[in-house]
Each structure stands twice: as structure tokens, then as C-alpha cells.
Design a protein around this ligand. Structure first.
Ligand code: CA
Length: 226
């Protein structure tokens, strides 16, 4: 679990980082709103901990607002010395998922983080994806068909995960290029055909029913039905 901690009080940040690391979290700390916002937008985090009163009169809630406007839904716990009911309500209204007032005890913070990540996990998705007798375990990066382990390269795994998540829909080559390869133009190669045929060999060959269907001239569809 990766946590981004945005907190300007150095003693508090040290204390929290140590406690969180001891509890098994990977912690990155930054002490001002600007670099905090940048890190929160540029990298993937499991949780954010944001202090409200940051240097240069920056307000931690502004960071959350900006993230939410950019559709970044990472759970955020706000820390603040502003303990009044109005302030707590404002924090939650502006996109915080939880609000903890200073001073607080570390065990309470840890318990709240656990609750937050549990809620986020339920909202997001289960790590296990199934189609017919195919199972993809996205947490442990394992794929099985009819109980047999399938050995996938990282790109093949990503491709299969994408196909399962879009099952039943036709996915075009340009969708695959964009969403699986991060390529936003047509490179004019047969990279997709090659990968699809490798994946088909691993996932469909020797099994029934076939799951990876070619929609001629358009793209592919994943699922039990052709
Ligand atoms: Ca502060």
C-alpha cells in the first residue's frame, strides 16, 4: 500500500512516516501543497493523508478539490487542528473521505486508514475476474483456465485484463493501442495481431468454449458468445 503524506510539520511527518512504515505502508512525504498536488496527480497512490494548513497559506482541501475535479478518486484522509463541526463537515463536503483532528493517537489513524482502503477496495473491484472457467487474479498477477496455470508476459496480462473488463463489447485496434499499449496513433505494425494470436494460443487452445473472438475488419470481442 502506497501512501502519500502531505504535511508541513516536520516532527509530525517523521512521527507519522515511522508509524505508517512500521504498519507496513510505503510512505512518501512532501511538505507543501504544490509538490503534493503534483505527486498526487502524477503517480498512483492507495491513500492520501493531507494536512489542511500548509505553507504559503495553502489549504489542503484545495488539493482534494483539484484531484476530484480531475476524476482522481484516491481515498483521502484529512488531518487538521481545525476541529469544529463546521470545519469537519466542510472537509468531508470538499471531497475528503475521512477527517481526523489533531492531536490524535496513531492506532486511531491506522484503523481509519484500514477502513478507508477496505471501502475503496469494495467500490473499485474485486481482484478476481472470471469468464467461463478462466480466472484472472489481478492482485497476484495469476491467470488460470480450467484450474491450469497460464503463464503470461506482463503485456499479455494487461491485454487479457482489458479484454475481460470489456467482455461482450467489441474492442477496436485503436482502443487496444490506446488503452493497452499507450499508443495514440496507428504505428502501422501488426503488434496487436501478434499479441492476440499469442494470447489466444495460451488462453483458448485446447479449451472450450473459445473466448477470444475476431470481429473481422473491426477488432475483437471477449466472452463466451461469439
Ligand atoms: Ca500544517
Amino acid at each position: 500500500m502506497r501512501i502519500l503524506l502531505i504535511e508541513d510539520e516536520i516532527d509530525m511527518a517523521r512521527y507519522l512516516s515511522a508509524g505508517l512504515q512500521e504498519a507496513g505502508y510505503q510512505v512518501t512525504h512532501c511538505a507543501d501543497a504544490q509538490s503534493g498536488l503534483r505527486l498526487a496527480q502524477e503517480q498512483a497512490w492507495d491513500l492520501l493523508i493531507v494536512d489542511r494548513m500548509l505553507p504559503d497559506e495553502q489549504e489542503g482541501l484545495t488539493i482534494i478539490k483539484t484531484l476530484r475535479q480531475a476524476h482522481i478518486a484516491t481515498p483521502v484522509l484529512v488531518l487538521s487542528a481545525l476541529a469544529s463541526l463546521d470545519e469537519r463537515v466542510r472537509g468531508l463536503r470538499e471531497g475528503a473521505d475521512d477527517y481526523l483532528t489533531k492531536p490524535f493517537a496513531l492506532p486511531e489513524l491506522l484503523a481509519r486508514l484500514e477502513a478507508l482502503s477496505r471501502r475503496a477496495g469494495v467500490q473499485e473491484y474485486s481482484p478476481l475476474l472470471n469468464v467461463a472457467d478462466l480466472t484472472l487474479d489481478t492482485r497476484n498477477r495469476k491467470a488460470e483456465r480450467a484450474g491450469t496455470l497460464i503463464n503470461l508476459q506482463p503485456r499479455e496480462f494487461r491485454l487479457l485484463e482489458y479484454l475481460i473488463r470489456t467482455q461482450g463489447q467489441v474492442v477496436t485496434r485503436s482502443m487496444l493501442l490506446k488503452d493497452v499499449w499507450d499508443i495514440h496513433f496507428d504505428p502501422g505494425t501488426n503488434v496487436i495481431d501478434v499479441q492476440i494470436s499469442r494470447l489466444r494460443n495460451k488462453v483458448d487452445k485446447g479449451y472450450h468454449p473459445p473466448l477470444l473472438h475476431t470481429i473481422r475488419g473491426i477488432g475483437y470481442r471477449f466472452g463466451i458468445h461469439e
